[in-house]
Design a protein around this ligand. Structure first.
Ligand SMILES: [Ca+2]
Length: 427
């Protein structure tokens, strides 16, 4: 997900001004979402076939992909996705009352990973495991909250602990020449390797820092060659401003381990789909809708509402705005209704740096994806919804996945306002 920079570097008054201005434009009454595709090319069947052909660089030694896109078959992703085994790599911290940013912040961590898992399970995605990484909070508390989410969803899905810390900024060795690449290996990485051997191919749903996935690629290359694709919540179009309702955010999954993403993009040919901020910041759920879950008669909804409350209270205290995007859910939705998302072939630009030190407005660390970047290997970048109806369908699905009702407004035109073109559309 994308992390609010508010508490660490901007005065509340500065943000409040932005929020106020935005709120005026928004007309909170309508609540709800919208989200429209930017000036991008829809992922047509033709586009997909191109992606397929280009997904692996020549000579990449990545093995034979089991992820095949069949030209002209609109349902290929839907069917393939729902039958395709998936392992979540996630910092699933919903329910913690404090300790965001891997324990460095007093803020409650974000809640979106749990909704993403709920969405996937509700739509029959074959989730083989939840590998927990540091990120939203420290890994061990996050294992607890991930277990609670899995239990609340009644899912028979193993939860395995992964990375406690990011990868070193450079590969390390000892003075005696020992290569320490293997020191990142943990139970979660071994679990992913095991599942890859068992299934012969699966999708990694990477909605936390990419540490464990990169560690897998470096230390289990034969197994990593079986990864059908990585669908990751990272990146943006070039120069996208990470800001919602005037609140600055950062590309959290990237800045918590920039080298991990660099390894995956530059040292592997694993097919990679970036669910960018340009997409995941769309279609926010009205905060009252999320709060309302807590008083639901449905036990799952009640769990999600109550476990979300620390974060929702924090958003309100921060004058965040009337609605909140469930960022990570956009990655899960890519497995369910990719035809609702605007995706295209893209290259990338990475500006790396030290992990966890970057704050919004204080760094030029970024990972940009654009069709204009033709000098790197080509991946897939998703940047918007295909229509207001597609965005509304996504919102409804999130709430329904956790046992909630429909979004109060049936108008898919619920706007994030006249500012939507500026915030969402035209970058
Ligand atoms: Ca996450």
């Amino acid at each position: 997900m994308w992390k609010m920079g508010l508490p660490t570097f901007r005065s509340a008054s500065t943000v409040a001004v932005g929020v106020l201005a935005c709120t005026v434009a928004v007309g909170v009454a309508g609540s709800a979402p919208q989200a429209i595709a930017g000036p991008t090319t829809p992922l047509t069947p033709e586009g997909l076939s191109t992606v397929r052909d280009d997904a692996r660089a020549p000579g990449g030694g990545h093995g034979v992909p089991s992820y095949r896109l069949v030209e002209g078959n609109e349902a290929r992703h839907l069917d393939g996705g729902q039958n395709e085994p998936v392992v979540f790599s996630t910092d699933m911290s919903m329910g913690l009352t404090t300790g965001a940013r891997n324990g460095m912040s007093t803020a409650p961590p974000d809640i979106d990973d749990s909704y993403a898992l709920a969405l996937a399970l509700a739509h029959g995605i074959d989730v083989r495991g939840v590998v927990v990484t540091m990120g939203n909070s420290m890994v061990k508390p996050t294992v607890v909250t991930a277990q609670e989410t899995v239990a609340a969803l009644g899912a028979d899905v193993p939860v395995v602990q992964g990375a406690e810390v990011w990868l070193p900024v450079e590969a390390q060795q000892t003075t005696s020449g020992d290569d320490l690449t293997g020191t990142c290996v943990n139970d979660g990485v071994r679990f992913m390797a095991h599942e890859l051997r068992q299934t012969g191919g699966l999708t990694i749903m990477a909605i936390g820092p990419l540490t464990d996935v990169a560690c897998l690629a470096m230390n289990f290359p034969a197994e990593a060659a079986l990864i059908n694709r990585i669908v990751a919540l990272v990146g943006s179009k070039p120069a996208t401003v990470f800001e919602i309702f005037g609140t600055p955010l950062v590309d959290f999954n990237y800045i918590m381990d920039p080298r991990a993403e660099q390894i995956i993009l530059e040292e592997t040919t694993i097919p990679f789909t970036a669910i960018t901020f340009d997409l995941s910041s769309l279609a926010p759920i009205p905060i009252p809708e999320l709060e309302g879950l807590a008083s639901s008669a449905d036990p799952t909804a009640r769990f999600f509402g109550q476990a979300s409350m620390p974060r929702l209270d924090y958003l309100k205290e921060s004058d965040f705005g009337p609605a909140y995007p469930i960022f990570d859910a956009a990655a899960a939705w890519h497995l369910i209704r990719p035809e609702d998302q605007v995706c295209q072939k893209a290259g990338y630009r990475l500006a790396t740096g030290s992990p966890a030190t970057a704050q919004a407005g204080e760094t030029d660390i970024h990972d940009w994806f654009s069709p204009e970047f033709t000098d790197t290997r080509q991946v897939v970048s998703c940047t918007g919804f295909t229509s207001p109806e597609a965005a509304a369908r996504y919102q409804q699905a999130i709430l329904q996945a956790v046992g909630g009702g429909s979004v109060a407004t049936t108008e898919p035109s619920g706007r994030v306002g006249d500012s939507s073109a500026e915030l969402y559309g035209e970058r």
